[in-house]
Design a protein around this ligand. Structure first.
Ligand code: SAM
Length: 248
């Protein structure tokens, strides 16, 4: 979806008490330096928060958790900032358990490390990138899962309307050693009372599409280990190819 340029977004993000403008400087310090009112609380991260429909409700409904919502686009983060601030103001509460930041999640290891101890990751309706040559940009691609596993102590929750993305993501999780704990192809058939609908979830539901949902846990022992870099992956693939060529 093409989002119109919003002149107000960057200045509002820069002025907002809940937006962190240097997310790389926060690496390893989210729990201590993000000024959460209760830093000892579980730390949940939403990847690709869009206009902030989900994060504004989740953070307000769950003051017992701290939340960080990330997006690559300032227009999106600007809208999420407005939505979160408005929701907390309406409720007469301080937004002291929620932070927003602009990053490219493909490089999430530059922003999060094991010291940040992420308790849960949410991926809500990430871009499906259907073309074969673009699939590595998917937020559920194995090269992403390696980065998440290194910082994640708990579970990853994933929702999408896209059956191909969902089915291929199941393979990504399994091949990367993750365990699928829960899986449904129709979340709304028996919608959990605590499900928080996102903007895209509402839109796709109105279009008659089914919502797919899973919960996955990272491989045992992966937490705290450095995420494999893309260069390492490439080297390993070349080594295996060379080995296979030698034995032919
Ligand atoms: C289809 S929208 C979904 C928004 C929201 N989660 C929802 O369910 O309504 C995908 C969002 O992910 C963001 N996004 C896509 N690729 C990203 C990346 N590599 N890093 C950070 N954000 C990304 C986009 O800017 C967009 O806001």
């Amino acid at each position: 979806m093409r989002i119109r340029f919003k002149k107000w977004a960057r200045p509002e993000i820069a002025a907002s008490q809940i937006c962190m403008d240097d997310s790389k400087a926060m690496r390893g310090k989210w729990r201590t330096d993000a000024n959460f009112a209760r830093p000892e609380q579980p730390f949940f991260v939403e990847l690709g928060c869009g206009k902030g429909g989900w994060i504004s409700q989740a953070a307000l409904q769950h003051p017992e958790n701290n939340y960080l919502a990330l997006d690559i686009k300032s227009e999106m983060l600007g809208m999420a900032n407005r939505k979160v601030l408005a929701a907390f103001e309406r409720a007469g509460k301080a937004p002291d358990n929620v932070r927003l930041s602009i990053i490219n999640i493909e490089h999430i290891s530059e922003v999060l490390c094991p010291q940040d101890g992420v308790d849960r990751i949410y991926i809500n309706f990430c871009n499906p990138w259907p073309k074969e040559s673009h699939k590595k940009r998917r937020l559920t691609h194995p090269r992403q899962l390696g980065q998440y596993a290194s910082v994640l102590r708990g579970e990853l929750h994933f929702k999408t309307d896209d059956p191909d993305l969902f089915n291929e993501s199941i393979v990504y999780f399994e091949e990367s050693g993750w365990s699928i704990l829960t899986k449904t192809f129709d979340l709304h058939a028996d919608e959990p009372a605590d499900n928080i609908r996102t903007e895209h979830e509402n839109m796709f539901t109105e279009m008659g599409k089914k919502i797919h949902f899973l919960i996955a846990a990272p491989p045992a022992g992966a937490f705290g280990k450095p995420a494999p870099s893309f260069d390492d992956e490439l080297r390993e693939q070349r080594r295996l190819k060379a080995e296979a060529a030698e034995t032919d």
